[in-house]
Design a protein around this ligand. Structure first.
Ligand SMILES: NC(=O)c1ccc[n+]([C@@H]2O[C@H](COP(=O)([O-])OP(=O)(O)OC[C@H]3O[C@@H](n4cnc5c(N)ncnc54)[C@H](OP(=O)(O)O)[C@@H]3O)[C@@H](O)[C@H]2O)c1
Length: 291
């Protein structure tokens, strides 16, 4: 089965290529190789490769910058997703599209169901919700849409790598404690996406690692697990602050916990607790540094 992976240089794209199953011929296309905002290039690429499936891991993910770069965010997250879905429909292929908890407002007191109406509070979330709509409009329920949250990897810019850097530079950090979600290792997400693609799953589903955390909890775990591996000093102080004390250009959903039941039942995979995944990622991070 030939599968094109867009956004192949990103956190998820790299992990998808690293974890591709034996039965899959995965072809990764970075932003430089395929700009999904270019409809003609998308069409030509799919006509040339004739993939059975396209996994769209390309996205504009700069949540705060999206407030001022609205056009760029929408071009990638809404139009780009639409170009891919329309080309996939024309060529009779399938699309697995990745989306985000930011399509929700985060004000619900329980985990978000995949069927809950979207209610984004910022441009990034709005552009991703529009991308989902474009995908559904081209492919209907034949498309696979998987929403995830708080993605990190040993590479790329993410909360974990930023914390590891700051903890070597500063003696004290303050981190928001009243935004709740689930840190999700890109590796585990990639593996579940492959299971879903191989199973031919369609519809809208959610996937994150297991458990919940605040950004503060996540930072404390990064400090403790990082210190245990000699990556950061054990004495770095991590202090909790309310989100109101850390104003950002984009509003963020205060509660982004996603209900993973449908994907878990469909592919028969249990999610792993986020802290165990963090430990596995940090083992890899340490080993890469020591190589
Ligand atoms: N990161 C998170 O916390 C998070 C949370 C929830 C959902 N998600 C979703 O998960 C998916 C994967 O995100 P990620 O964490 O892997 O993000 P990422 O590391 O920012 O990767 C996104 C990739 O897309 C590429 N890209 C940007 N514009 C493009 C374009 N016009 N054409 C082709 N490629 C383009 C980027 O290339 P450049 O770097 O060269 O621009 C980058 O390599 C996205 O759908 C995202 O919305 C992410």
């Amino acid at each position: 089965m030939k599968v094109l992976v867009t956004g192949a240089g990103g956190q998820l794209g790299r992990e998808l290529l690293r974890t591709a199953p034996h039965a899959v011929e995965a072809v990764g296309l970075s932003a430089g190789e395929l700009d999904i905002t270019d409809a003609a290039a998308v069409e030509a690429t799919i006509a040339e490769h004739r993939p059975a499936v396209v996994v769209n891991a390309a996205a504009y993910t700069a949540v705060d910058r999206a407030e001022t770069e609205r056009e760029r965010a929408w071009a990638v997250n809404a139009d780009g997703a639409g170009h891919l879905a329309e080309a996939v429909a024309r060529h009779g292929a399938r699309l697995a599209h990745v989306s985000t908890d930011f399509v929700f407002s985060g004000e619900l007191g329980r985990a978000w169901s995949p069927q809950a109406p979207t209610s984004p509070v910022g441009e990034y979330g709005a552009s991703k919700a529009a991308g989902e709509a474009r995908v559904r409009s081209a492919l209907g329920e034949e498309a696979l849409i998987v929403r995830t949250a708080w993605v990190y990897a040993a590479h790329g810019h993410n909360f974990a790598t930023t914390m590891l850097r700051l903890m070597t530079e500063r003696e004290r950090l303050t981190v928001v404690e009243d935004q709740i979600g689930t840190p999700t290792w890109a590796r585990g997400l990639a593996e579940v996406l492959w299971s879903a693609v191989e199973a031919g799953l369609t519809g809208t589903h959610h996937w994150t690692d297991a458990g919940v955390a605040s950004w503060y909890d996540f930072a404390v775990a990064i400090r403790d697990e990082g210190a245990a591996r000699g990556l950061v000093p054990a004495g770095v102080e991590v202090a909790p602050i309310p989100g109101a004390a850390w104003p950002t250009p984009a509003r963020r959903p205060p509660q982004g916990v996603l209900d993973k039941t449908s994907l878990r039942e469909a592919v028969g995979v249990e999610s792993v607790h986020w802290r165990a995944q963090l430990a596995a990622m940090l083992d890899e991070y340490r080993d890469a540094r020591n190589r």
